[in-house]
Ligand binder design. Structure first.
Ligand code: GLV
Ligand code: MG
Length: 333
């Protein structure tokens, strides 16, 4: 597989370490706005991504690169993941975006987001460029992760190969606006059902396709933007759909969407408590003291190894989100 030419084996950050970082809320910040780059420092999001792509006009891109380098080096983003979205490989800007940002601020950067990814080769090209930049700039090889945005039909049918193209890949992101345009979908409201579509969820296949690739190859699955920024109920509805399937987070375009994202992609307190209880009860029942039983009862619920796996998913998300449990398990007499 083509990915083996990349940095496999040289990584000091493993894919699962990369994918344990919470990304419930991913704030989009145009690199052309120094004011918004600054404001992002104080917002309670898991990730900030600084854009040089579609939120920045062509004439403003050179200055956006400079603003981003300055903002990253000035710091103040706390433990937020810091990502820069470069322009896609079909433009004339990608190489210069990557070089300027990594040479200027590689030490203060976590990931490069590559939009409109269509083939695994495009990820490998970025991986190779990053490796050279890491070598020449005294950075740890593999330090900088890749976030791959799926925004058209070709990208979606190649998503499995894209997910495996480099160990740097941390996320597979759905870009609904570009995607809807790419497949000629009629809706003009991103994430809502197109007019005349009444047989189910027009996004279900796309979301599931991305989620399967992400889960098969240990990546995070991230939902893209909801453009009606005043409509928080609409945001919650659309976010709730991908969260229910298992997506890890969603973009936020406006501070008003942040709390909703952090909440929708965290487990509910009762589900988190329940998950921790299942893990404890299962640990106990499989132990010698608990009778080494593979199936046990937690109240009225039968639990076994599959229950433990489901509970681990919810518990891990809750722990990553900093939740604390409100129930303790006591072994039966
Ligand atoms: C995001 O980039 C989108 O196209 O939805
Ligand atoms: Mg897009």
């Amino acid at each position: 597989m083509g990915g083996s030419v990349a940095t496999l084996g040289l990584m000091s950050v493993t894919p699962s370490e990369r994918t344990l970082r919470p990304r419930r809320s991913n704030l989009a910040v145009p690199g052309s706005s120094e004011k918004m780059l600054d404001k992002a420092r104080g917002l309670p999001v898991d990730q900030v991504f600084m854009d040089i792509e579609d939120a920045v006009a062509p004439l403003a891109k050179p200055q956006a690169r400079k603003n981003i380098v300055a903002a990253l080096n000035e710091g103040g983003y706390g433990d937020k993941i810091r990502t820069v979205r470069v322009n896609d490989w079909t433009t004339q800007w990608t190489y210069a975006d990557v070089i300027e940002v990594v040479e200027g601020a590689g030490a203060n950067l976590d990931c490069i987001m590559l939009p409109k990814v269509q083939t695994a080769d495009q990820v490998i090209a970025l991986d190779l460029l990053l490796t050279q930049l890491e070598k020449t700039n005294g950075l740890e090889i593999g330090k900088i992760g890749i976030e791959a945005q799926i925004e058209n039909a070709l990208g979606l049918i190649n998503v499995d190969a894209i997910a495996q193209a480099s160990p740097r890949v941390e996320t597979i992101i759905f870009g609904p606006a570009d995607f809807m345009a790419s497949i000629n979908m009629k809706s003009l409201v991103v994430g809502e059902q197109p007019p005349g579509y009444d047989t189910g969820d027009a996004y279900h296949y796309i979301l599931m396709r991305i989620l399967m690739a992400a889960r098969a190859f240990d990546k995070q699955a991230i939902d893209g933007p909801y453009l009606q920024i005043k409509d928080v109920a609409g945001f919650e509805r659309v976010a709730g759909r991908s969260a229910a399937l298992g997506f890890d987070g969603k973009w936020v375009l406006h501070p008003g969407q942040i709390d909703a994202a952090n909440e929708v992609y965290s487990p509910r307190q009762e589900d988190y408590d329940h998950a921790e209880m299942i893990l404890d009860a299962y640990d106990y029942s499989t132990s010698a003291a608990g009778g080494a039983k593979g199936a046990a009862m937690l109240g009225d619920e039968m639990i076994d190894e599959a229950s433990r796996k489901m509970a681990l998913v919810v518990a891990s998300k809750g722990r990553a989100a900093g939740m604390t449990r409100t129930q303790t398990f006591t072994a039966p007499e």
